[in-house]
Design a protein around this ligand. Sequence first.
Ligand code: SF4
Ligand code: SF4
Length: 419
Amino acid sequence: MQTNLAAFIKDTPEGKEADAILRKCTHCGMCTATCPTYQLLSDELDGPRGRIYLIKQVLEGATPTAKTRLHLDRCLTCRACETTCPTGVRYGRLLDIGRHLVEERVPRGPIESAWRRALNAVIPNPVLFMPLLKLGQLARPLLPAALKSKVPAAPAPARPWPTTTRPRKMLVLEGCAQPSLSPATNAAAARVLDQLGISLERAAGAGCCGAVSFHLNEQKEALDYMRRNIDAWWPYVEHGVEAIVITASGCGVTVKEYGHLLHHDPDYAAKAQRVSELTKDISEVIIAESAKLKQLLSPLASRLSGQRIAFHSPCSLQHGLKLRGSVESLLTSLGYSLTDVPEAHLCCGSAGTYSILQPELSQRLRDNKIAALTSGTPSAILTANIGCQAHLQGATTLPVRHWIEALDDSLPPSPSPLS
Ligand code: SF4
Ligand code: SF4
């Protein structure tokens, strides 16, 4: 694609990055076929190619309008288009740059702005999020059905975190909303890793990965969250932790991009790069240890294969982290019986704050996803990202959990780790 960026942005780091991305696009439109919002709305401007044109026009000096912003707002940032694109267009990064520019030029109304500020203040902050969630859960039985589905039920309590000290050490991202919505997830990861001879440690002072603020276009605040995590993790990195483990794939995508997002910050660039290099989704860690797990699980093979499980692969896992099919292969190799899930590449509609800000599109995507996930009559749904987990749980009576919790439940208790 030929470009002619306007003087105001041409020579900036963002302008150069956007220009390089745009030049890779050949207008082929292959990405449009796998875009969830294009499938729902059949409007070129609600597909990746149309949004790329809109961003290009703004970068070339056109004045954006509320309609431009609406088409960009409707994007889920699912990145299915990146997986489909034959020339490697980094659409997600281009969208970040485009949204930031449009947000500056087309201010939102006072109510919408206040709502977005409230989401940005509450979700990344457990001190606010946890009590508000508990209040909602107390009132849940009294709420009308439509509202009830938006308040997650009280979660299963976490099983005990191991107290043993293993020779190998990894660090875990605790995150912001996940400890309130699903406290069992990180505890399950710690318990499984403990059986594999790895201690999972928690760093005081770390918190939200920055994704919530980043996707609400509060990019300065998002970078501050990133710097705070790096400061909290750095002593552990210097002491040689093997990995920074992430159990929410949505956060994993963001932490793996710290190196890129902070590369202009002279105080943090090198540390951010190191943190990104150390970051691993929990599936990457478990896959590397799967031979040991198979030993532990082989006596239970008939029990595992007797349960029918549907796996929902989050967009952040398959399109963001490019780990498409990896958890499914792992679970199958360990003896679980997975059902077929049609159109598994499509987003469930959760997408960070999208389910709150674009409720109509989000619910249509969720309905389609639940139909796909339940078409093989599973007894449970497993996934790999807290946002998808909570979103899907609001629309089904089947249990929806992180797959590491199911693995923890399956493992026999072991007093000593395998080596
Ligand atoms: S990120 Fe997802 S919703 Fe957005 S344009 Fe790409 S495929 Fe469509
Ligand atoms: S598939 Fe890639 S090259 Fe083709 S229109 Fe989409 S982004 Fe451009």
